[in-house]
Design a protein around this ligand. Structure first.
Ligand code: HEC
Length: 481
């Protein structure tokens, strides 16, 4: 990935020039800055480091060559203290810590953007062979002409079911999608990020036929205003309809939030013991993710029929929501349980620069919004805190944010070297990532392809192929001869 690029700089900046170059802000006390980090950069740094961080009198910050260390802490230290002897001002007087933190994120983003521009990623069109690090693969359209497919599940009957965000559930048989959607589905809020989310069969589906759905449940509050929240139900497919419907989780009416909007979570996963895990995002409420009295910004755990397991961490306190398993989550749009280790992982769509992969453990606090590796979307600073006692660190995080969505472990046989690797879908970055974990830690990762559109989910089929949900189709990835 390292770009070959001449490094434009001249370290020996003359003393004469300097007097005019050092911006006044470095000499004044901290002001309240209201601008974005890009504006701060343009105002205070561009004169020496170049308009696009490409370097001028001061070194480039795009080439990943660092004199004083390129990790987050070293960068913050360089900015805070400067190098007065080398004509780099100390910025601690002008920039509060959270602004320095935002600047570090900004430098990372710009550097990654630059590296992307220098790198050619696979963009497999129909029937084109791609050679990835471990396997050669081919990507073909499996089912086309879809509208925002959200989730896909293979049933032991040989059929598959697929949800679309706009509220429809379809049966797919032998690669052919049914003409009519399954009837009898609940009313779904589809505004903003709301919609029909995950569909997952019961681990014993062959015996009991239960299909679980996560969706944004539309209700009216006391004033008649539309409110919604992620709700979990189950039902059975019979003659093209969803019958015997039961509610598995529904929040109290007072916990519903204005309909539409953001951060619903909406993923479901069963562990090997048969417990049902599901995610609810913080609905944009930030600090609410820390409140154990609210179901939002949490990962929950239930028995398959909705009962509260007696060993849930907050099950015995009248003030807490008893289904909570872990908290401090922003928008967990991906959830996967390793069949190899039984570890639970969530992929969290973070703020700008702070998408996380977390190893989710009982009763733990994942820190949002108190700690984060990101800043606000508009480029204003949030906090300088990336770690805190009592709050978990992610397995890894990504800056810039790929906008993570569905994740799943590959357990098939068609790609032996991918066995038990985690596959990660992303929306904004349009990348499919392969992530290798060991003992809950990141070993390697690879971008398998990019730029085929926003990817909602990725899941292995019973045939060992990988199925990828793109904006208008499901693609199938199989080994190339
Ligand atoms: C007056 C010129 C000047 C301005 C303004 C300036 N810098 Fe620098 N900066 C330098 C020079 C020169 C160096 C190289 C120091 C060295 O060679 O040891 C440097 C080094 C750095 C480094 C360390 C680079 C490395 O290779 O380890 C960082 C990070 C940095 N600057 C960030 C910033 C940021 C952020 C701003 C704006 C808030 C800024 N600088 C503004 C001149 C400047």
């Amino acid at each position: 990935m390292r770009p070959t690029h001449p490094r434009p700089h001249g370290r020996n900046i003359s003393r004469l020039l300097l007097a005019t170059l050092i911006p006044l802000a470095s000499a004044t006390a901290q002001q309240v800055r209201t601008g974005t980090v890009a504006q701060t950069y343009a105002e205070l740094c561009a004169s020496c480091h170049g308009k696009n961080l490409e370097g001028a009198q001061a070194p480039s910050m795009l080439d990943d060559v660092w004199i004083h260390g390129g990790d987050d802490e070293s960068l913050a230290l360089s900015i805070r203290n400067g190098f007065p002897l080398k004509e780099m001002p100390a910025w601690s007087a002008a920039l509060p810590e959270k602004e320095i933190r935002a600047m570090v994120i900004y430098i990372r983003e710009q550097r990654a953007k630059y590296a992307r521009e220098q790198t050619v990623f696979a963009k497999p069109a129909e029937s084109v062979t791609v050679k990835s690090l471990l396997h050669r693969y081919r990507l073909d359209t499996w089912v086309g002409e879809l509208k925002e497919p959200y989730s896909l599940a293979f049933l032991p009957t040989g059929r598959a079911v697929m949800t679309e965000k706009l509220g429809r559930l379809f049966v797919i048989e032998n690669g052919k999608i049914a003409e009519q959607p399954v009837s009898g589905l609940p009313e779904v809020d589809t505004g903003g990020q709301a919609g029909l989310f995950d569909v997952v069969p019961h681990p014993d589906y062959a015996k009991n036929g239960w299909l679980y759905l996560a969706y944004s449940d539309l209700q009216k509050d006391a004033d008649g205003k539309a409110v919604s929240l992620t709700r979990i139900m189950r039902g059975k497919l019979r003659d093209g309809a969803l019958v015997e419907q039961q509610t598995i989780f529904q929040a109290k009416p007072e916990h519903y939030v204005k309909a539409g909007g953001v951060h619903f979570g909406g993923r479901i996963a069963f562990d090997r013991a048969g417990y049902l895990f599901f995610t609810i995002g913080e609905r944009g409420g930030k600090m609410v993710a820390q409140d154990l009295g609210l179901p939002i910004g949490k990962i929950h755990r239930l028995h398959d029929d909705g009962r509260i397991p007696a060993d849930n961490p907050f099950a015995h306190d009248a003030k807490t929501v008893p289904s909570i398993w872990s908290y401090g989550h922003r928008n967990p749009q991906g959830l996967a349980i390793s069949r190899e280790t039984d570890q639970v992982f969530d992929a969290e769509h973070g703020p700008r620069g702070g998408d996380e992969l977390n190893l989710v453990e009982k009763g733990r606090n994942y820190g949002w919004p108190v700690i984060t590796y990101g800043m606000e979307y508009n480029g204003t600073a949030m906090t300088e805190l990336t770690a805190k006692e009592g709050m978990e660190q992610p397995v890894t995080y990504w800056t810039p944010s790929p906008a993570l969505c569905g994740i799943s472990f590959y357990t098939g046989d068609l790609f032996p070297k991918w066995k038990n690797h985690l596959f990660v879908a992303s929306l904004a970055a349009q990348e499919l990532r392969r992530v290798e974990l060991k003992d809950g830690k990141l070993v390697t990762q690879e971008i398998l392809f990019k730029d085929l559109g926003r990817i909602r989910h990725v899941i292995g089929g019973p045939d060992g192929a990988l199925y990828v949900l793109l904006p208008t189709r499901i693609a199938r990835i199989a080994p190339a001869e």
